[in-house]
Design a protein around this ligand. Structure first.
Ligand code: HEC
Ligand code: HEC
Ligand code: HEC
Ligand code: HEC
Length: 132
């Protein structure tokens, strides 16, 4: 009898640990990201809020359609890998090899997909940028 109780307690503790680990991993991927990249220094437009969660869970956009790490011209980034800020590789002032300028990197990533899908903001600045 006592042995069974102990097993149950251990089991409950184990499940607890697994759930906590799950929460920790989930917490790293934010539901929304507000983008106002300091690297721009001066802003012509207000910040942009991306519904990160909806894009993945509802609109079916894969993580690696936005996040990448190129090696030999191939995107090798996969879910679980560290995420660097776009500005770590995209310079606000100049193109860096094949990597477009930061503003173009954001605009192409977001707008090209919206255009291709025929859904999501593309031309109207205010559908992405908040008032300044
Ligand atoms: C699909 C969403 C989207 C649309 C539509 C869009 N932008 Fe952006 N834009 C972004 C994102 C994301 C950034 C990065 C935001 C930041 O770091 O401040 C950005 C950055 C910028 C920047 C550089 C940062 C700054 O504030 O100076 C400028 C300028 C800009 N956009 C102008 C425009 C203009 C003008 C339009 C309308 C013709 C427009 N954008 C429409 C998503 C969008
Ligand atoms: C529609 C484009 C898009 C999709 C899809 C997307 N992300 Fe992101 N994610 C972004 C942008 C943009 C940022 C902000 C980057 C920056 O600030 O330079 C970001 C930020 C992050 C961050 C860093 C958060 C922080 O505060 O430092 C993590 C982690 C992340 N994404 C993971 C994921 C994972 C995992 C998936 C798939 C389940 C995913 N993303 C899907 C565009 C996307
Ligand atoms: C680790 C460095 C790195 C990070 C971080 C990074 N990029 Fe890039 N990006 C590159 C390089 C290098 C290229 C050129 C790839 C090629 O075509 O050879 C590129 C190309 C692009 C392109 C044009 C080609 C394509 O893939 O569509 C867009 C748009 C782009 N990046 C947007 C983004 C956005 C948005 C983020 C942040 C969510 C981001 N990048 C983060 C390095 C990076
Ligand atoms: C690979 C495809 C893809 C990429 C990349 C993408 N989006 Fe979207 N986005 C969508 C789709 C699809 C919708 C339309 C969803 C609907 O209306 O059913 C959408 C809708 C939106 C909307 C309106 C609805 C909402 O959720 O607020 C905003 C704002 C938006 N996207 C911002 C962005 C920004 C900012 C970026 C770049 C950082 C981005 N998106 C990148 C596919 C994409």
């Amino acid at each position: 009898m006592r042995k069974k109780g102990l097993v149950l307690i251990c089991l409950a503790a184990l499940i607890g640990v697994i759930c906590m680990a799950g929460l920790l991993v989930a917490a790293e991927v934010p539901d929304t990201v507000t983008i106002q990249e300091k690297a721009f220094e001066k802003f012509k437009k207000g910040p942009v809020t991306l519904d990160h969660k909806k894009h993945s869970a509802e609109y079916g956009v894969k993580c690696d359609e936005c996040h990448h790490l190129y090696k030999d011209g191939k995107n090798t980034w996969k879910e679980g890998d560290a995420v660097q800020k776009c500005s770590e590789c995209h310079d606000p002032k100049k193109k860096n090899g094949e990597a477009p300028k930061l503003q173009n990197a954001f605009h192409s990533n977001c707008k090209d997909c919206h255009k291709a899908k025929g859904k999501g903001p593309e031309k109207k600045c205010g559908e992405c940028h908040a008032e300044k």
